[in-house]
Design a protein around this ligand. Structure first.
Ligand code: PLP
Length: 439
């Protein structure tokens, strides 16, 4: 099968450009990084598949950038959403459902004494920063290059040229005064963090990190990195914030901070955690939580304000509960792991066969494939990969009916619904793509 034309997608894109800024509601959906052109307009999705508006079927590894870990339109989640809709989608009052999901999160992630639900990962991260600043009465934040923490002002800041240099805005519209509250250091670089803390220590409210990175490919922290980070931050009187918007419930029923790959869970426990994606089962959600005395800074208990008309709405909460219930099924993570091994090994073999350099970073059921011949352990190394090759591969795979994220930095996500047959078809498609790339 080769999908060469998508006339309906192209027509819809032309129309979308007239009415929606850039034709897309999130820049990551555009095909700017993979050679341009019309993104594929999808019409429906079920299980591991999408169907586009031209009637083509795709195997999906985008998983909506992560939340769709149980596949599309999972009947248990759909049933929960329908029931919630029938009972009214928004009350503006507390509900028992919110307590249920809060308890499920706390049971799975013990560092959460208290949680709050919001509507997106961006909001969750943004509020952890406010709460950390309120608690410590300090203003600066240290983050790591290439980690994405949503689109709020403070975290859309690029690195300065050294640990003592303040950030520069990554986007127009962010005042330099705000960027100067942020220091960016390389991931996996404890010396860089130490130098930044030595320079700015008394001003640093928090060190924020994706404990397992999902935004410049999938990247594990090196042994001792999280332990060292927590120790250095605390010695400097700063809080530790984990952004687990991608990583929570991704690798096992729990979060990165409770992942068995890390030996001493107490030594890597954060003060605050931001959550999103999977915990909403495909509906909009975010959550943050952490130590009781820190969470008590939030209104109505404390002076840090955070609110939300849609926060904790019964539809999102019901979908989240249902999604976590599916993920409690014995064996689901092992199955995703097994299929991801099959796929990653198959891709590697196919690339080797055609002399194409590829580095695959796999963590359980998700992985990233980088066109390079070196390891990828930080953002600099992820940048130093062949974007043009990725763009070619992306387009060839799309024409084979395989849907990947249109960026060399994004991960491939397995879901509970992918089958061995899907993996075989994907490897065969990759073999044909690599063969064409090699010529
Ligand atoms: N944090 C991380 C680690 C993310 O990957 C993302 C989104 O991709 C966010 C925060 C922002 O989440 P949202 O897009 O729900 O605002």
């Amino acid at each position: 099968m080769s999908i060469t034309h998508r006339p309906n997608s192209e027509a819809l894109y032309e129309e979308a450009l007239l009415h929606i800024a850039g034709g897309v509601n999130s820049p990551s959906r555009s095909f700017k990084a993979v050679g341009g052109g019309a993104p594929v307009f999808m019409e429906r999705a079920c299980g591991a598949y999408f169907w586009d508006v031209d009637g083509n079927r795709y195997i999906d590894y985008l998983a909506a950038y992560g939340p769709i870990i149980t596949g599309h339109a999972h009947p248990h989640i759909t049933g929960a959403i329908v029931r919630a809709a029938q009972n009214g989608t928004l009350y503006g009052t507390p509900t028992e459902l919110e307590i249920k999901l809060a308890k499920m999160l706390k049971d799975a992630i013990p560092s959460l004494d208290k949680v709050r639900f919001v509507n997106s990962g961006t909001e969750a991260v943004m509020t952890t920063i406010r709460v950390a600043r309120a608690y410590t009465k300090r203003s600066k934040i240290i983050k790591f290059a290439g980690c994405y923490h949503g689109h709020s002002d403070l975290v859309l800041v690029a690195a300065g040229s050294g640990p003592s240099t303040l950030g520069i805005p990554d986007s127009a519209g962010i005042p330099t005064t705000i960027a100067q509250e942020v220091i960016t250091v390389p991931f996996n670089d404890l010396d860089g963090l130490k130098a930044a803390l030595e320079h700015w220590g008394d001003d640093v409210a928090a060190v924020m990190v994706e404990p397992i990175v999902g935004n410049f490919g999938m990247v594990m922290p090196e042994p001792g990195f999280l332990e060292g980070l927590c120790k250095l931050a605390r010695d400097a009187g700063a809080l530790v914030i984990y952004d687990e918007v991608i990583s929570a419930f991704r690798f096992h029923y729990g979060s990165a901070q409770t992942f068995k790959a890390f030996q001493d869970h107490k030594a890597i426990e954060p003060d605050l955690t931001a959550l999103g994606k999977i915990i909403g089962g495909g509906l909009p959600i975010g959550a943050y939580g952490g130590r009781k005395e820190i969470m008590e800074q939030i209104a109505p208990l404390g002076p840090a304000y955070q609110a939300g008309t849609m926060a904790g709405n019964p539809a999102s909460i019901s979908a989240g509960i249902a999604c976590l219930e599916v993920l409690q099924t014995p064996g689901v993570y092992e199955r995703m792991n097994r299929l991801a091994i099959m796929l990653a090994e198959g891709l590697q073999q196919a690339a080797d066969q055609h002399g194409i350099d590829i580095t695959i970073n796999r963590i359980r059921g998700s992985f990233s494939a980088h066109f390079c011949n070196h390891p990828v352990t930080n953002y600099e190394e992820a940048q130093d990969t062949d974007g043009e090759r990725f763009a070619r591969f992306f387009q060839l795979m799309l024409s084979e009916g395989i849907c990947l994220a249109p960026s060399k930095y994004e991960a491939w996500f397995l879901t509970t619904e992918h089958s061995e047959e899907d993996i075989k078809q994907t490897i065969e498609a990759a073999e044909r793509a690599f063969a064409q790339m090699a010529t």
